[in-house]
Design a binder for this molecule. Structure first.
Ligand code: G3H
Length: 542
């Protein structure tokens, strides 16, 4: 059954009701960055809408037009690829051979320029993807911090590499070298943070990149094109706008991409890999979907568990790859849990992103409310109930979070990564039930384990650590802090991201080896003293 949400802020929004600082400004952006040039796009444009509705001239409430961006075709995409290839120049380019110190200076300049656009980007995050003001600010600040942390991590890595080693009769100077051209594609839920967590380590290691923003959260990249142009040599960063199938597929088909860096769905990752004619050339850095479970043991502190399950399952409306997407609760506490959890869900404030205390906000994908409703209806038809009073109430851009119980494997909600505001709850009798479900799942990113008795928790941690990559004890799943490894098993990830691990993922160790004899040793010493090589160098960055 569908009823209509009653919060007034979601129903009528005259632009004059929006605080001035957050009113949208129509942005027509018809440029793209290739070969260090901001080129003008004269082709088709795509309009960008927010699902937040405002009044039009006729007094109707309609999705808000925010602006337009190029809807590009394969020709400029291939031009961008050529530009990235030229900048790498089969390893001879200025960027991949540059001293680390100089690359870091470029990145530092970029971070300084990026900070000047905070206000604009935060506002666009709220309008384009409906993220709350606080979370939008956090996304921006976290991204800037990530850049500075990357600079420091690379300095440390470089310090360790500024030396020769000797094993047996061979001297070796080992460094991490770039891989080549990176195609970088990010997700709509963290259009700034997650894309930059790929792009920044990729380029700083000496690779060159073609980058296309996600399907939502596109305008917010536009203020940064000039900064990219001014801070990096031509061709190091190329930025395109448009649909993946018109841009990414033709690029992959050429076989000239060395790394596919993508955060998104595994089906997109597989489709793009399939286009590449030389699979062993292609390295993968992928952050994919997940179905992270919470496992609640009988002795768990219920108040804390409910609090963590709320933030785990519903912060940013559940649109996080790390979100808790299924809750397994022991049968002895299921009734109490359902009662407390459902009440807590109904107490969450729904509002516009800039409204005080808004926790739930409009969904940026126009078809998402209906998709969530379909999941709810399918579960109801197969025996589940909506446990909370407001669950499933709909507007054009929202479905109020529904707590669904009891959920079983006959329901779509059990299998699909809902990535939205609906929370399936399953009760279990034997701990092997959730463990078997985790083992059978196609995903293996993280788990939240709630309980206290170490005799129970200890062995469970040992098993769970072999099924996922992070066991969160009495707390929600999350990616941060960004220095910790972020990865997953099975269909949830390929390779590891963190400030430090990303530098490794986007590079390969290569080294200069030389037999220990006077002839070679003299050459090595001369190399070190001459500054003729940026690779063979004992230069230290402090
Ligand atoms: O969408 C997946 C994100 O990596 C989640 O990051 O846990 O910091 O929200 P988060």
């Amino acid at each position: 059954m569908t009823t209509v949400l009653t919060e007034p802020s979601t129903q009528t929004l005259n632009t004059s009701e929006i605080p001035e600082a957050y009113r949208p400004k129509l942005t027509t952006f018809n440029q793209y960055l290739v070969d260090g040039e901001l080129k003008t796009w004269n082709g088709k444009m795509a309009e960008v809408y927010s699902t937040i509705r405002t009044e039009n001239k006729k007094g109707e409430m309609v999705p808000t037009l925010l602006g337009s961006v190029p809807d590009m075709e394969s020709a400029p995409a291939l031009e961008a690829l050529e530009s990235a290839k030229r900048a790498f120049d089969r390893g001879k380019g200025q960027w991949p051979t540059m001293r680390v110190r100089e690359r870091l200076t470029c990145l530092e300049r970029f971070a300084d320029k990026m900070k000047l656009h905070r206000e604009e980007i935060v506002k666009l995050l709220m309008w384009e993807i409906g993220k709350t003001l606080a979370d939008s600010e956090k996304e921006f600040d976290r991204t800037v911090d990530y850049i500075y942390d990357t600079i420091n991590a690379y300095k440390k890595l470089d310090q360790k590499s500024a030396k020769f080693e000797k094993e047996g009769d061979i001297h070796a100077h080992i460094r991490r070298s770039p891989l080549g051209v990176v195609l970088c594609l990010g997700p709509y839920n963290y259009p700034l943070n997650e894309t930059f967590c790929l792009l920044i380590p990729a380029i700083v290691m000496g690779n060159t990149a073609v980058f296309k923003p996600a399907k939502h959260g596109v305008l917010l990249i536009t203020p940064l094109l000039k900064a990219f142009q001014e801070c990096f040599p031509p061709g190091v960063v190329n930025i395109l706008f448009g649909r993946g199938r018109k841009i990414a597929q033709p690029i992959m088909k050429t076989g000239h991409v060395d790394v596919l860096a993508l955060i998104g769905h595994s089906s997109s990752a597989v489709a793009l890999q399939d286009e590449h004619p030389n699979k062993n050339r292609l390295r993968l850095v992928l952050g994919l979907e997940a179905k992270n479970p919470a496992v609640v043991l009988p002795d768990a502190d219920l108040d804390n568990t409910v609090k963590e399950c709320i933030s785990g399952s519903l912060s940013y409306n559940g649109q996080r790859c790390t979100a808790l997407k299924v809750l397994y609760v022991h049968e002895s506490i299921i009734d109490e849990f359902n009662k407390k959890f459902s009440e807590a869900v109904d107490n969450l404030k729904y509002g516009l992103p800039w409204e005080k205390d808004a926790f739930l906000t409009p969904l940026p994908e126009p078809n998402k409310p209906q998709y969530i409703k379909d999941l709810i209806d399918d579960a109801i038809a197969k025996g589940a109930k909506i446990m909370n009073k407001k669950g499933g109430e709909m507007t054009e851009n929202y479905t109020y979070p529904a707590v669904m119980y009891p959920v079983d494997d006959s329901m779509d909600l059990y299998h699909e990564e809902q990535f939205g505001p609906v929370v399936p709850v399953i009760s279990y009798k034997d701990i092997n039930e959730p463990l078997d479900a985790m083992a059978a799942s196609d995903y293996g990113q993280q788990v939240s384990l709630f309980g206290r008795d170490v005799r129970k928790i200890g062995p469970l941690i040992d098993i769970m650590a072999n099924l996922v990559c992070r066991v969160n004890l009495n707390s929600a799943c999350q990616r941060g802090p960004d220095v910790y490894p972020f990865t997953g098993r099975k269909n949830s990830a390929v390779s590891t991201l963190s400030v430090y691990d990303a530098l490794r993922s986007f590079s390969i160790r290569s080294f200069v080896a030389s037999k220990n004899n006077p002839y070679n040793n003299e050459i090595l010493e001369n190399l070190l003293n001459s500054n003729e090589s940026n690779f063979v160098s004992s230069d230290y960055i402090l």
